[in-house]
Design a protein around this ligand. Structure first.
Ligand code: RM4
Ligand code: MN
Ligand code: MN
Length: 395
């Protein structure tokens, strides 16, 4: 396609939907604390309201990811309330994320804890998360397992592999046919010696062993410095196990910064691997989700900026002339092949995006529209006092 061809740009842009996280609207922070924002959401209703506003401005975020203990503390019984909010605000519940990392009992692990009683409690939480997803019509149950250990010798890595297998298999087997289980990985933090699911290979192996409805979730912030994430994406596509993404950017560790703020070329290269996938069904099934924590930027502004950036990088990536690139690669024309990628990357797609938004009746510049709407000032006034009172919860 060409950047000047509005019909194909529109076709590309129509295919991108991004799920936003409920916790991205709440007061989150770093391990050293957080800077309270008066406009942060303090209730699940406020999270839905903010998500609806982002969707009204951008048109591509109809789903809200939920974390079970933060958003449905009453478990499956809370599904009724979530459904009501979903109908009220026109935002669907998205992926369901269990919380296996905050209870005191999980100090030495959840599904990998040497205590069988604690392992059972953790598996019960996973099974309840699947029930919640069924009650809400959510396709994906998305697992981040924080388990690991801090000192060599402290735990048996081998035994824990077995417990992981068992827990993921039971969870997988409780899914309905249309549902999926996503397995996220992370090299370190909160554990600093070993993490039970530390990289994409472990996650892929566990997904394969669990069954056909298990896939790997790539959180772009969960890699060592300079790791080639697009190569991981290529491998997971090859294995037919790429379930989705948690988008965020990082400079040092799991920084949860806005996507593309540090390295936009990397996001472009990830999308390029996805556009190179010949099987439309595989590419179409990928869940694009945001997982960011805005401690300095305003929550609403950061979320809208993130969505706009993802759209820009996605469209740039769609511009790559992949037929020509394949020829150049087989002719081993290194510089020309690289330039072929760079041409697309340096194309200004913002006019095409403005045109697409105009066609859809959306504001041409959602960030500006947010500023002009007065929404942030309004919620600041409404939520200020409540935010001043709530200071401890993570999200
Ligand atoms: C973790 C991980 C999970 C997210 C939590 C809040 O680092 O990225 O996906 O649910 O943070
Ligand atoms: Mn994540
Ligand atoms: Mn993370």
């Amino acid at each position: 396609m060409s950047a000047k061809d509005p019909a194909s740009a529109a076709h590309v842009l129509d295919s991108l939907k991004i799920e936003i996280p409920s916790w991205g609207f709440a007061n989150t922070g770093t391990r050293f604390g957080k800077f309270q924002q008066a406009a942060a959401a303090t209730t699940i209703e406020e999270k839905f309201a903010d998500a609806a506003e982002v969707n009204a401005l951008t048109g591509i975020t109809p789903q809200l990811a939920l974390h079970v203990l933060w958003d449905l503390p009453g478990g499956v019984h809370d599904a009724v309330q979530i459904k009501k909010l979903s109908a009220k605000f026109g935002v669907q519940p998205g992926s369901i994320n269990p919380n296996l990392f905050q209870d005191q009992e999980y100090k030495f692990g959840s599904i990998c804890n040497p205590d069988s009683g604690i392992r059972r409690k953790a598996v019960d939480h996973l099974l309840e998360s699947v029930e919640i997803a069924k009650a809400l019509g959510s396709r994906d149950v998305s697992l981040w397992i924080a388990d690991g250990s801090n000192y060599p010798g402290a735990q048996s890595m081998r035994k824990r592999i077995g417990w992981l297998h068992d827990a993921l298999k039971v969870t997988h087997d409780s899914l309905d046919s249309g549902q999926r289980m996503l397995v996220e990985y992370k090299p370190f933090e909160p554990a600093f010696y070993h993490t039970d699911i530390a990289d994409w290979g472990m996650a892929a192996q566990l997904a394969q062993a669990a069954g056909p409805q298990a896939f790997v979730l790539v959180d772009t912030g969960h890699h060592y410095q300079s790791q080639n994430i697009e190569q991981i994406v290529a491998w997971l596509l090859h294995l037919r196990r790429l379930g989705g993404f948690h988008f965020n950017d990082r400079r040092y560790a799991d920084d949860d910064l806005t996507i593309g703020s540090i390295d936009p070329y990397q996001v472009f290269r990830i999308f390029h691997e996805i556009f190179s996938e010949p099987d439309a069904e595989i590419a179409g099934g990928i869940a694009y989700m945001i997982d960011q924590s805005h401690n300095i930027k305003g929550k609403m502004e950061a979320m809208v900026q993130t969505v706009m950036t993802a759209q820009e990088l996605y469209l740039k990536s769609a511009l790559v002339d992949r037929e020509r690139l394949a020829e150049l690669q087989s002719e081993t024309k290194t510089v020309e092949a690289e330039e072929c990628l760079r041409d697309a990357f340096w194309t200004d797609v913002r006019p095409a995006l403005r045109e697409w938004r105009r066609q859809k009746g959306l504001p041409e510049n959602p960030l500006e529209a947010l500023r002009e709407s007065g929404y942030v000032e309004r919620i600041e006034k409404e939520r200020k006092e409540r935010n001043a009172m709530l200071s401890v919860s993570y999200a």
